[in-house]
Design a protein around this ligand. Structure first.
Ligand SMILES: O=C(O)CCC(=O)C(=O)O
Length: 301
């Protein structure tokens, strides 16, 4: 039984379920790939050592404590309700890039533990995108339901997201959810696949209507988990997902990071690679929600 809210609405138990846990298969390439094909995702507990996650969490929240957003001790992630970020950093994108490139965080996002899982999933050597999405979400934040396609797919369509919990994220505090069987919603996926991802037009792939009613109408369910530090969910570009509202009663900021992976042998979308990735719009790290002071609202992808 989970307690969660989606876009301000309490989620009824009949449309809620747990991820299928594939932790037992974390070294079994065939089983992992079969599960991924069958479910559109693979959920693995404890991919990273807790100490690595704690160090990365402390690194990120210490930077936010420096700009007055997170209270001491930073590792607790308690939002102060204020921000000096814009006053102390003229270039918010540059600040966010430096946080996103912290060494402890990168040891998680591009380290051997996740490399091993990505290699197994693709059945060959995988490559993680340099441009990563670090997401501190204060109380009230959520991400609308969406498919990731056609984003990230200019180089190859063979792209997978690895979403990692950088700390505990119980269902009351805004974890990721997947819509069960949404990788089989062909009537929605086909039009999304036809979007011209070479154009500069930014397509609408978000479902901003009533998410509970949408899920019921589709005969689907919200699948999620009480995430623990270092748990990872990997999902495909045509698996619909979003995140629940952060309803923390202790004002705790939820912290996650999502990184795209692809086979190293396939061509890349160079907007997301290199020392200074341009990002989707060309604005680099400045285009991300994470680059905004925590006092500013966002409810998008
Ligand atoms: O963490 C979130 O709120 C959303 C994550 C997401 O949309 C993604 O990983 O593609």
């Amino acid at each position: 039984m989970f307690d969660c809210r989606v876009h301000g609405q309490s989620v009824p138990q009949d449309v809620l379920g747990s991820f299928r846990d594939s932790t037992a298969y974390r070294d079994d390439a065939t089983a992992i790939r079969d599960r991924f094909t069958e479910d559109g995702y693979v959920f693995l507990r404890g991919v990273f050592e807790r100490s690595m996650i704690a160090t990365a969490r402390n690194e990120v929240f210490s930077r936010l404590a420096d700009v007055g957003e997170i209270a001491e001790p930073p590792v607790d992630g308690i939002f102060t309700g204020r921000s000096d970020r814009a006053a102390t950093h003229v270039d918010l994108g540059r600040f966010w890039k430096s946080v996103s490139e912290g060494p402890a965080l990168r040891r998680v996002t591009h380290g051997p533990a996740i490399q091993h899982v990505a290699d197994l999933l693709f059945g060959e050597s995988a490559r993680g995108y340099d441009f990563i999405f670090l997401r501190p979400g204060v109380v009230g934040r959520f991400t609308f339901l969406h498919y990731d396609f056609p984003f990230f797919a200019r180089g190859t369509k063979n792209v997978v997201t690895a979403w990692t919990a950088i700390g505990d994220i119980p269902t009351t505090e805004g974890p990721l959810f997947i819509l069960e069987n949404s990788h089989r919603f062909d009537d929605l996926i086909e039009p999304v696949k036809k979007i011209d991802y070479e154009s500069s037009y930014s397509p609408q792939v978000q479902m901003m209507d009533d998410a509970v009613e949408f899920t019921r109408r589709r005969g689907s369910r919200f699948l999620t988990a009480n995430f623990e530090p270092g748990d990872v969910i990997l999902f495909g570009m045509t698996t619909m997902h979003g995140s629940f509202d952060n309803c923390s009663s202790s004002n705790r900021t939820r912290l996650s990071v999502d990184v795209r992976w692809q086979p190293a042998s396939e061509s890349i979308d160079d907007r997301y690679f290199g020392a200074n990735p341009a990002g989707t719009t060309g604005a680099g790290y400045g285009e991300l929600n994470g680059a905004k002071p925590l006092t500013e609202p966002w409810h998008t992808r």
